[in-house]
Ligand binder design. Structure first.
Ligand SMILES: [Zn+2]
Length: 270
C-alpha cells in the first residue's frame, strides 16, 4: 500500500466522520420534525447550543468522556457510532473501488461506486432512525427509491441488464411489498410498520431478482434470532416493539454481497 493510498484513506475517514456528524443531526431533526437547515446543534437534554469545539466528530465524545459540557448528562453513543460507521463506509468504499474496480485507472466508472456510496449513507440514516426512534424517514426511502429506479433503468438502457431481468425485478418488488403488506395486515400493524413496507420497495429494486428473496429471508432469520435473544435474556417482553427496519437493511447488505452465492447454495439441495 502506498503512502498516497493511506493518506487518501485517512482523509476519507475524516470526511466520512464529518458527514456522519451531519447525518446524526439529520436523523435527530427528521424524527423530531425540525427543520434540516435552520439553527445550530443543541444539547439533546437542556437544548443549549453546542460550541464548535464540543462538536468535533468522534474526538469531542472522547474528550468530554460521554458527558455534555452544559448539563453533564450522558451523550448518546449513537453519535460516535454513526460517525465511525460513515467514516468506515467511505474508507471501505475507497478500498473496494481501488482494489477491485481499479477506479484510479478508469476514473469514468466512478458513477456507479458513487451511487452505492450514497445508498450506503441513506441506509445508515434509515438504520439508526428506526433503531433509535422507531421511524423510517419517508424522505430517505423516497430518495433511495428514486435512485434505485434510475439505476435499474440506466442498467437496462446501457444494455448491462436485459429487459427481461428488469421485469423480473419489478415483479420481485411487487412480491416483496405485497408480502410485507400481508404481514402488516395479519399482525394488525404490530409486527410490521408501514415504514417496513415502504422500505421493501427500494430494497427489492436494489437487490433485483432473485436476490430480493435472499434479502427478505436473511432479515427474518436475523430479526427472529435477535428477538428471541432479547426475550430470553429478559431485555424485551413479548409484545414490545422491536424495529424491523435495521434487519431489512442488514439483510439487504448481506444479500447484495453474497445473495447470488446463498441462492445457488440453497437450491442445490432441492
Ligand atoms: Zn445540556
Amino acid at each position: 500500500m502506498s503512502t498516497y493510498f493511506i493518506l487518501v484513506g485517512i482523509f476519507l475517514f475524516i470526511l466520512g466522520a464529518v458527514i456522519g456528524s451531519f447525518l446524526n443531526v439529520l436523523i435527530y431533526r427528521t424524527v423530531q420534525g425540525e427543520s434540516w437547515v435552520i439553527g445550530r446543534s443543541h444539547c439533546d437534554h437542556c437544548h443549549k447550543k453546542i460550541a464548535w469545539y464540543d462538536n468535533i466528530p468522534l474526538l469531542s465524545f472522547i474528550f468530554l468522556k460521554r458527558k455534555s459540557r452544559c448539563c453533564k448528562k450522558t451523550i448518546s453513543a449513537s453519535y460516535p457510532v454513526v460517525e465511525f460507521m460513515t467514516g468506515s463506509l467511505f474508507v471501505w468504499w475507497y478500498w473496494i473501488g481501488a482494489v477491485f474496480f481499479k477506479l484510479t485507472i478508469a476514473p469514468f466508472s466512478v458513477l456507479q461506486p458513487l451511487f452505492w456510496l450514497i445508498v450506503g449513507v441513506i441506509l445508515i440514516v434509515i438504520f439508526f432512525a428506526d433503531l433509535l426512534y422507531f421511524i423510517v424517514p419517508d424522505l430517505a426511502v423516497g430518495i433511495m427509491f428514486f435512485m434505485a429506479v434510475i439505476y435499474r433503468l440506466y442498467l437496462t438502457g446501457a444494455g448491462i441488464m436485459q429487459p427481461n431481468d428488469l421485469w423480473m425485478t419489478i415483479l420481485g418488488m411487487i412480491c416483496a411489498v405485497m408480502f410485507f403488506m400481508g404481514l402488516w395486515w395479519l399482525t394488525k400493524g404490530k409486527g410490521m410498520g408501514l415504514g417496513d413496507i415502504k422500505l421493501s420497495a427500494p430494497m427489492a429494486l436494489l437487490l433485483g431478482w432473485p436476490k430480493v428473496f435472499v434479502g427478505i429471508f436473511l432479515s427474518f432469520i436475523l430479526g427472529g434470532l435477535v428477538a428471541s435473544g432479547l426475550l430470553i435474556s429478559g431485555k424485551r417482553k413479548l409484545g414490545q416493539v422491536i424495529p424491523f427496519g435495521p434487519f431489512i437493511i442488514i439483510g439487504t447488505i448481506l444479500s447484495l454481497v453474497w445473495g447470488e452465492a446463498i441462492f445457488t447454495w440453497y437450491f442445490q439441495w432441492l
